[in-house]
Design a protein around this ligand. Structure first.
Ligand code: FAD
Length: 351
């Protein structure tokens, strides 16, 4: 095994090769500047066999989509290099940024785009993580339509008390058109017979509708002890009632955190800011938005650090693939523009 390490000098380092990083790479490659893309392969939708709403690819496997995008860049732009590896250190330097990968190789980059994604922290119910992206789903646009005309369930947990009213509002506003013949509301130990349970479950506003259709809606207050998915169903076991099998449930993550692969680089030293809940910290904070509100979708790819940009879920955790692609393009355009401005200033100074 060789112990030789390399030092690459590039105009742009892109950290992350999901949709955001790949899109940034394609856009930036058009400028014919030396670029390196590091990707450690822990994609947010890695467990999901199929992706929807990606324009022109309806539906497609996320893996096939990424592979096609990357191979088009590799074939068309030899000045853009891909490395399957993890950036473990990233610091600002006088000339830009110094990065190091897990093998000890160094990258000196004038600009950096962070497209490092996020990780979803699910309720700690045994079996739920395995079902994530299959029979435990979170988004009507990503997988919801496939649940139509079948029994369905919403998982509402105490840790998500703040978000449960929003989840249930979307349940009655968006998921309602999928005509689930039976809908369960699993409150996982929150008792909707108490004022607190009713409020925290997010069901308070909808109790009139639920009670008016007892054949269609059912609230299950019991604690879920485990879930197990099979080829066609998800079986929920409870602390004190018989197990129940349904095709799909909706699960909203209890926390959305930065990718574990990016923890060592997304430091306060680099970002000049603390990470905020929802991982949205990389994007410059928008003073117009309340700290506890919906995460901003993000339209400005700059961070507070000159030369450091974000794209995709790393700065905008609610963005889907198409939005992440758009953000990647924006970040690449900003990075290219600022490099061009520096070149222009140097040219002007030299004459
Ligand atoms: C279950 C599920 C299903 C989904 N289905 C859909 C769908 O059908 N349609 C849709 O539009 N959206 C869907 N989404 C959303 C979609 O996954 C995201 O919009 C998309 O992944 C965001 O792209 P990204 O490039 O920002 O992050 P990611 O795709 O997560 O990519 C980030 C990459 O950065 C890498 N990385 C992190 N740190 C480092 C480091 N230090 N060095 C090198 N590499 C690093 C990671 O390993 C990863 O490879 C789904 C999400 C989930 C959770």
């Amino acid at each position: 095994m060789s112990t030789t390490t390399t030092t690459s000098q590039v105009d742009l380092l892109i950290v992350g090769g999901g949709p955001a990083g790949l899109s940034a790479a394609l856009m930036f490659s058009r400028l014919r500047r030396p670029t390196i893309v590091y990707d450690s392969g822990l994609y947010r939708n890695v467990q999901s066999p199929t992706a929807h709403t990606i324009l022109g690819h309806e539906p497609i496997s996320p893996e096939a989509y990424r592979r096609k995008a990357r191979s088009e860049i590799e074939q068309g732009y030899e000045w853009t290099q891909f490395v399957d590896g993890k950036i473990t250190k990233l610091v600002k330097s006088d000339k830009g940024f110094e990065a190091e990968d897990a093998e000890g190789n160094k990258v000196l980059a004038k600009k950096v785009i962070l497209a490092t994604g996020v990780r979803d922290v699910l309720p700690a119910i045994p079996g739920l993580q395995e079902a994530w992206g299959h029979r435990a789903i979170h988004c009507i646009f990503c997988h919801g339509t496939e649940t139509r005309d079948q029994p369905f369930g919403f998982l509402l947990t105490g840790a998500n008390a703040k978000f449960n009213p929003m989840i249930m509002a979307s349940g009655f506003k968006l998921w309602n058109t999928l005509t689930h013949p039976k809908t369960f509301f699993f409150t996982h130990g929150m008792h909707t017979t108490t004022p607190e349970g009713l409020r925290d479950s997010g069901l308070e506003k909808f109790m009139g509708i639920i009670k008016a259709h007892p054949d269609k809606y059912e609230i299950v207050n019991d604690e879920i002890t485990s879930v197990e998915q099979s080829a066609s169903t998800l079986t929920l076991s409870f602390a004190s009632r018989a197990p129940l099998s349904i095709p799909y449930i909706l699960v909203f993550p209890e926390r959305i955190l930065p990718s574990p692969h990016a923890e060592s680089i997304l430091t306060k030293d680099l970002l000049l800011a603390d990470l905020t809940p929802f991982g949205g910290s990389i994007a410059a904070p928008d003073p117009a938005l309340p700290a506890a509100g919906m995460p901003r979708m993000g339209d400005d790819p700059r961070t507070q650090v000159p030369g450091l940009f974000w794209a995709g879920n790393s700065g905008s955790p609610m963005a889907n693939v198409n939005l992440s692609v758009a953000q990647g393009q924006q970040a690449a355009a900003f990075a290219g523009e600022s490099l061009g401005e520096e070149d222009l200033q140097a040219m002007l100074a030299s004459v």
